[in-house]
Design a protein around this ligand. Structure first.
Ligand SMILES: Cc1ncc(COP(=O)(O)O)c(C=O)c1O
Length: 362
């Protein structure tokens, strides 16, 4: 078996794999309705929200589009806080649907600065919403969402959060931090395969929704709510992925959210300590380094592509390279979902041999 250590999709526990082979059932029948209601209730416990949560069939990017088109109108001013590839994506979706996007970019590898966000909001009082990536998977950075949220809520703006690679793994109490729409996806920390985006919708987001004029069809929250009330989704859902949630979410609740968060903190530390012990440096500043993905700078002659190939072919360990301008400049170790310190120790041991073979000199 491969040791798949990319930042999603992640390996799946055997119990989850088994339920994937379940026969189809009527997605408009009573049994599926019960499953959908149960899964949604469990997700609310893990999101720490009393508001609505919807399962949308699609990937995380679909969830980001849903957050935007359901709360905004063309011409609305939006502050797009970006610390990497996925922050840029969130802003570009808003732009494509006609929002007036004001970008606020921070150096890749660093976190967003809440004071700079405050200044941008004061300078542009017409801003309606702030887009933020909680955990920037492309750079291995976790933003301080609690501080960002206080600043955003001080000025009464909507807070739309890409929590795709954080929710369920890194602390994000959705209600306590006043997140209006939080988006995550099944293939990240949820021990489930790709196929579902999950979004929470606050009361404030619903108010914005009543006035939001961006075009939408597949991703309409009003339609999603109407169908969920009768135990259905508007369109045919990824039934097998919903089945996996019946097992994966039960496992998560059994472990307990605080234990899951602590496990990710331990595994994240093991990854960071491990790469540093080999003479490598983190790409992200350590103070904001993520507990779900570690980005490592390619230095001292390291050819990352050669190294990734050796790990894949000789050790069946799959890591990720860098995206866009970070291609060849970093590599990334994913450690979210079904992961323990031992999985990361195996990666570090293999790296010890593969690094010098790929040109790395200490
Ligand atoms: C932070 C973040 N945002 C957005 C995405 C895009 O999600 P998807 O590939 O499921 O559309 C990802 C996936 O890696 C991500 O990590």
């Amino acid at each position: 078996m491969e040791n798949l250590r990319i930042p999603g999709p992640t390996p799946l526990p055997n119990e989850v794999l088994k339920v994937m082979s379940r026969q189809m059932i009527n997605h408009r029948g009573a049994e599926f309705g019960q499953i959908l209601q149960d899964v949604t209730a469990k997700l609310k416990q893990l999101f720490l929200t009393k508001d609505d949560v919807f399962l949308l069939t699609g990937s995380g990017t679909g969830g980001l589009e849903a957050a935007i088109v359901n709360t905004l109108s063309p011409g609305d001013k939006v502050l797009s806080v970006s610390v990497g590839v996925f922050g840029e994506r969130f802003g570009s979706i808003a732009e494509k649907f006609g929002a007036e996007v004001i970008p606020l970019r921070f150096e890749w590898g660093k976190a967003a600065d809440a004071d700079a966000i405050r200044k941008a909001l004061l300078a542009n009082p017409g801003i309606k919403a702030v887009l933020v990536t909680h955990n920037e998977t492309s750079t291995g950075v976790t933003n301080d969402l609690a501080s960002i949220s206080s600043v955003v809520k001080e000025s009464g703006k909507l807070l739309l959060v890409d929590a795709i690679s954080s929710l369920g793994s890194i602390a994000l109490p959705v209600d306590d931090w006043h997140v209006d729409v939080a988006v995550t996806a099944s293939q990240k920390g949820w021990m489930a395969p790709p196929g579902l985006a999950m979004v929470s919708v606050s009361q404030e987001a619903w108010q914005a929704h009543t006035k939001a004029k961006m075009p939408r069809c597949y991703w309409d929250f009003t339609v999603a709510k109407k169908y969920l009330e009768k135990g259905q989704t508007p369109w045919t859902p990824a039934v097998s992925v919903v089945f996996t949630f019946t097992v994966a979410l039960e496992m998560m609740l059994k472990e307990g959210l605080s234990n899951i968060i602590a496990r990710h903190a331990r595994v994240g530390k093991a990854a960071r300590d491990g790469v540093k012990s080999l003479g490598l440096s983190l790409f992200a500043e350590e103070s904001c380094a993520s507990n779900t993905v570690t980005a490592v700078a390619a230095s001292n002659g390291l050819d990352t592509k050669k190294m990734l190939k050796t790990l894949r072919e000789d050790y069946k360990i799959i890591l990720s390279g860098g995206q866009q301008k970070l291609d060849g400049k970093i590599f990334r170790i994913g450690h979210l979902g079904w992961v323990t310190e031992n999985d990361i120790r195996a990666v570090i041991s293999a790296l010890k041999v593969a690094l010098p073979q790929a040109g790395f000199k200490r």
